[in-house]
Design a protein around this ligand. Structure first.
Ligand code: MN
Length: 215
């Protein structure tokens, strides 16, 4: 089970409109890693009883110079927020889905207004992604075309150049069960953290598992 730790501290870099009339909104978010017909990440922000959802074909990035494509898709059900499973063949999105990150997202913006304006600035307090981020609409969906947005990491202490490493490579497994997509596909049960550490420890791979990686 995902344990959502309610934010105790809000960074002072969080975007707040002036005058400061809007109240701070703090709601869960989740990022799924999903190997359907192609590998992608699903970025979902809870809002108004549903999960606002974007597909990130290349995943999120900590580098403030990288703009990551985010395709707006249908809202998803909050009930499936933390589900990690193998979607059987024949169903839409068939393939393994893992919880790659989760936590809270925070904003001072009027969220509905921000969605219609195509600019949402927010803070993430996740297990892996933190700090200030923006979602910016690049094109409005016409007829059956989907809306294209971009996900930007804002410049702050949580930003990091890609030259210093790619979080998607460093953290390939489930943040919830530590399983790989293949293990989820084979429906292997989650293994205890201590076991996972032993199993993952390989001299050549040590750099993949920094000390701050949670069990
Ligand atoms: Mn997906």
């Amino acid at each position: 089970m995902a344990t959502y730790v309610y934010p105790q501290k809000v960074s002072d870099t969080i975007y707040c409109p002036k005058p400061l009339s809007a109240k701070l909104i703090i709601l869960p978010f989740v990022i799924k890693k999903h190997r359907a017909s192609r590998l992608h990440y699903d970025f979902r922000l809870e809002h108004a009883g549903a999960l606002k959802s974007w597909v990130l074909p290349d995943g999120p990035c900590l580098d403030a110079n990288e703009l990551r494509k985010a395709v707006l898709v249908e809202d998803h059900k909050v009930a499936y927020r933390d589900s990690e499973r193998m979607i059987p063949a024949g169903l839409p999105g068939a393939g393994p889905v893992m919880v790659w990150d989760y936590g809270y997202w925070l904003t001072c913006q009027d969220v509905d207004q921000a969605f219609s304006a195509g600019l949402l600035k927010f803070e993430l307090q996740g297990k892996r992604l933190r700090g200030s981020w923006s979602l910016i609409r690049k094109s409005i969906g016409l007829r059956k075309k989907r809306e294209h947005w971009e996900l930007w990491k804002e410049r702050d202490a949580e930003a990091r150049s890609l030259l210093k490493g790619d979080i998607l490579v460093e953290q390939p497994n489930s943040v919830l069960t530590h399983r790989t997509l293949d293990e989820i596909a084979r429906n292997l049960p989650p293994f205890p953290p201590t076991q996972s550490k032993i199993r993952r420890r390989h001299p050549n791979q040590r750099f993949l598992f920094p000390n701050d990686l949670e069990p």
